[in-house]
Design a protein around this ligand. Structure first.
Ligand code: DGL
Length: 263
């Protein structure tokens, strides 16, 4: 089982920002990434629909004999983490729990802003987990539904994005948050503009590193770390339009992908 791959899924390209960090931390692991591009975006769909798509995505990866599953998509995690855990008999790492871990490690009280999709905000999962972990910490959750299409369409450095980000984030300023959690796979690509808008004193937290670290800890705890010394492989699958995914992937992953399979 140790040489089996890690499975990681997202609604589309965004989870590549998580895969990128995972690969850096665990270079000897084999990975299989699944992007559910046929159903992207998850973030403006109903909880029932996201649950259905997420279970299908998880099951696709199970068929590929994965040893551990990473749910990189915050919207999927918010709607389906519990059901996926009940359904699978392998360890499941959810990005939302890692976001909460990171916040509680860094702060003991005050308000933290959560920037996320509508589905993630409406699920209330971040609030519930934070309340359990540290009731002295409060979350101010802000749905930013226009941010995902900006990134998907390659507008992450365009002046129109500055304007849209400003419009959304003005609601945060009166709340004086200590930090802002990037609660969506696409938002790390808007980091410079979000930082510019919030100012240099508000740290932006991307849970991708915590997610990768937890994956490593879990592999060690289950004696599942791959002993191979050569670099691991990564295979990419999507549910629609592999070529579009391949062409856009470099922005998210940092390097080009040679081949993407249609699932
Ligand atoms: N991957 C989603 C998330 O992290 C963003 C894109 C979508 O709405 O599907 O919430």
């Amino acid at each position: 089982m140790q040489t089996d791959p890690i499975g990681i899924f997202d609604s589309g390209l965004g989870g590549l920002t998580v895969l990128r960090v995972l690969r850096e931390l665990l270079p000897h692991e084999n990975c299989i990434y699944f992007g559910d591009t046929a159903h992207l975006p998850y973030g403006n769909k109903s909880p029932e629909t996201i649950l259905r798509y997420s279970l299908e995505s998880a099951h696709f990866l199970i068929q590929q004999q994965i040893k551990l599953l990473v749910i990189a998509c915050h919207s999927a995690c918010s709607a389906a983490l519990e059901s996926i855990r009940k359904d699978l008999d392998i360890p499941v790492i959810g990005i939302v729990e890692q976001g909460i871990d990171e916040i509680t490690r860094r702060y003991s009280d005050g308000t933290i802003a959560l920037l996320a999709t509508r589905a993630t905000v409406h699920s209330g999962l971040y609030e519930r987990l934070l309340e359990q972990r540290n009731p002295a910490l409060k979350l101010f959750s802000l749905a930013c539904p226009l941010f995902v299409p900006l990134v998907e369409e390659g507008y992450e450095a365009h002046p129109i994005s500055t304007q849209i980000i400003r419009e959304h984030l003005q609601l945060l300023k009166p709340k004086a948050p200590k930090a802002a959690l990037l609660g969506c796979t696409h938002f790390p690509l808007l980091r410079p503009l979000i930082q510019q808008e919030l100012g240099p004193d508000i740290p932006l937290i991307d849970p991708a590193s915590a997610c990768a670290a937890q994956t490593k800890t879990t592999l060690i705890a289950h004696d599942l770390l791959n002993p191979q010394t050569s670099p691991g492989t990564t295979q990419f699958f999507v549910s629609s339009d592999p070529e579009k995914f391949r062409l856009h992937s470099k922005t998210f992953l940092g390097h080009p992908i040679e081949h993407v399979n249609e699932a």
